[in-house]
Ligand binder design. Structure first.
Ligand code: ADP
Ligand code: MG
Length: 327
């Protein structure tokens, strides 16, 4: 097995709220290797973005804080790394794409200027001509038509899909070893969504990047991931190779998610089974099995108060082993 590029170990991230310190990410572990894609899937509110922001230490300040755990990037711990060093990694070795491109793009600067700044920040010795050439090449790679003209435009002059491509170009301009993509296609229509995912895959093959792809959409996971971590209420409830997870889901939550995606072979117009109820807010996280309430299965008070152990039920297939949810 090759060494993982990024290794998240027992990450605990919390927010200081009016009612005290609340844990949003509660002891999460996974890793990703160069050239591979790890998918993190779960409904809205399960802690996927908080995990992503923890990796880059971009948590909302002053309320968000990593309480414990390690995030090893090539063996160096990002949690304790000095700010200065982490800043050098961000945008050069670690690229990040967000759901909403306007969080990464500056509305008052032209596209070309923003890409140049991102590039020169990490490679300050490039000549202006070389920088311009690199930028145009990257915009071509993300399939932006006539990039020589686009660099003179402002973000608001582009369509949503084009803006998303510019943000991807910005995340990749320094050829990062790791790309973290948080719902990169959620706001886009299905056709553009497919194009963007294909693009990320192509660039990944070319550059050998490791990708962490965060999504609430299991369809997206099936398309592009090698390994999948299923997140529920701040914890990983199941983690496996993509084939194994789809063929043999063991946790009731994973099973519920799978039953709620449309299948080509299902009768048209049958209602998809959605999981009843909602993801609890962080103030309502239980110490024991957190899916108990929505599982429709009877849990004892012990199941609700004792954190289920994580077990490897098949090689490389891990599950949070609540005996009721993993029957
Ligand atoms: N700044 C914050 N202050 C307090 N709670 C927060 C903050 N940001 C996120 N949360 C809470 O943390 C939980 C996980 O959020 P998030 O990681 O954004 O979920 P996801 O990305 O899986 O949809 C949610 O319950 C959310 O309300
Ligand atoms: Mg999110």
């Amino acid at each position: 097995m090759p060494e993982p590029l990024l290794q998240v170990e027992n990450l605990v991230t919390a927010f200081q709220t009016d009612s005290g310190l609340m844990t949003a990410v509660d002891g999460v572990s996974w890793s990703v290797t160069a050239g591979k894609t790890l998918g993190i899937v779960g409904e809205s509110g399960c802690g996927k973005s908080v995990t992503a922001f923890s990796i880059n230490r971009l948590l909302p300040q002053p309320h968000g804080r990593i309480l414990s755990g390690r995030i090893l990037f090539e063996g160096r711990d990002l949690v304790t790394m000095p700010d200065e060093e982490l800043r050098k990694l961000r945008g050069s070795e670690i690229g990040m794409i967000f759901q909403e491109p306007m969080t990464a793009l500056n509305p008052v600067h032209k596209i070309g200027r923003q890409l140049t700044e991102a590039l020169l920040l990490h490679q300050p010795d490039l000549s202006p001509a070389t920088a311009q050439q690199r930028i145009i090449e990257m915009l071509q790679r993300v399939r932006i038509p006539s990039p020589e003209n686009r660099i003179h435009e402002y973000p608001h002059q582009l369509s949503g899909g084009m803006r998303q491509r510019v943000m991807i170009a910005m995340a990749l301009i320094n050829k990062p070893k790791l790309l973290i993509a948080d719902e990169p296609t959620t706001a886009l229509d299905v056709t553009v969504q497919a194009q963007i995912l294909e693009l990320i895959s192509d660039l990944q093959k070319e550059m050998g990047m490791a990708v962490v792809l965060i999504t609430h959409d299991l369809g997206v996971i099936a398309e592009v991931c090698d390994e999948v971590a299923v997140m529920y209420a701040g914890r990983i409830v199941e983690k496996a190779g993509v084939f194994d997870l789809f063929a043999n889901p063991r946790h009731a939550y994973t099973q519920g998610l799978l039953e709620s995606i449309p299948r080509l072979d299902s009768t048209p117009k049958t209602l998809l089974k959605a999981i009843p109820g909602n993801v609890p807010g962080i103030a309502d996280f239980k110490p024991g099995c957190r899916f108990a309430e929505r599982s429709g299965r009877e849990h004892t008070s012990e199941h609700l108060t004792t954190r289920p152990p994580v077990t490897e039920i098949a090689p490389g297939h891990f599950v949070e082993h609540c005996p009721i949810c993993v029957a």
